[in-house]
Design a protein around this ligand. Structure first.
Ligand code: GLP
Length: 253
């Protein structure tokens, strides 16, 4: 696993957008796994800019969202569908038929999850999966204790994640308690993974995920054994890493 440390949030996302751009240039029909949250927002802004100013072409790109809140319709301002529409999908030339999301209003989440896995398989698997990390070390919405071989499934959020995400919903009580999320195994099967983290409040989760044991208690730790994973961190998020010496860390920016 490669670790890249950038000076700050902006530089971290610039580096990430460059990676996405290179992957699209290499494979115009890239199957791109999207991550939500504040962390990759700037990367999406940069990809929009690349499309507008440099002609980066998304016409054949296929996207799959990592996760979605259960109970929220697509047009709810807090749905991840809405988040991606606002931050990425409406400013690039992606084709609607190539956009895949868990449906927040689905009646049978288990059946839907199996179908979602099937769709990923039909698309040839995820080529590049972007990830953020929760303060409890989760990826997607795979909370502590999720077996690492779990695929897309219905999950219940922990109090900590509900509190972390309450800022988007006004108050804690408004945060949905259930979600559909790709599982750690789905994520692990992506051909390339880029995990992003920014800020001191992510430093502990990052240290555990990248340097602690590989464990269902920190689902992000699964990326340690991935053959093609990169963690791109800002200095604050990297501040508690101990084991990774200068050789394995490429420090730039
Ligand atoms: C949610 C999302 C994760 C994301 C995490 C961190 O739990 N499901 O995919 O990584 O939030 O979000 P943020 O980047 O806003 O800190």
């Amino acid at each position: 696993m490669k670790i890249i440390i950038k000076k700050d949030y902006k530089e971290m996302n610039k580096e990430t957008a460059e990676i996405v751009k290179k992957e699209i240039q290499k494979k115009p029909n890239l199957v791109f796994g999207l991550a939500s949250g504040s962390t990759p927002e700037d990367c999406y802004r940069e990809l929009c800019r690349m499309h507008k100013e440099e002609g980066l072409d998304f016409s054949q790109v296929v996207v799959f969202s990592l996760d979605e809140y259960l109970g929220l319709p697509f047009n709810d301002p807090n749905s991840y569908y809405h988040f991606y529409s606002q931050n990425l999908l409406t400013c690039i030339n992606i084709q609607f038929k190539n956009v895949h999301f868990p449906d927040g209003l689905v009646k049978n989440p288990t059946e839907f999850s199996a179908e979602y896995e099937e769709k990923i398989k039909e698309a040839g698997g995820i080529d590049l999966q972007l990830l953020g990390i929760g303060t409890d070390g989760h990826i997607g919405f795979n909370e502590p204790g999720t077996p690492l071989d779990t695929r897309t499934h219905l999950a219940k959020l922990t109090d900590q994640t509900i509190e972390d995400n309450a800022r988007f919903f006004g108050k804690k009580e408004n945060v949905p308690k259930f979600v559909i999320t790709m599982g750690p195994q789905t994520i692990f099967e992506a051909k390339k993974i880029v995990l992003l983290a920014s800020g001191e409040h992510k430093a502990e989760a990052i240290a555990k995920a990248l340097e602690g044991p590989i464990t269902p208690q920190i689902t992000a730790s699964v990326i340690q054994k991935h053959p093609n994973a990169i963690a791109i961190l800002d200095e604050a998020a990297a501040s508690r890493l101990k084991k990774h010496g200068r050789n394995s860390i490429k420090q730039t920016g």
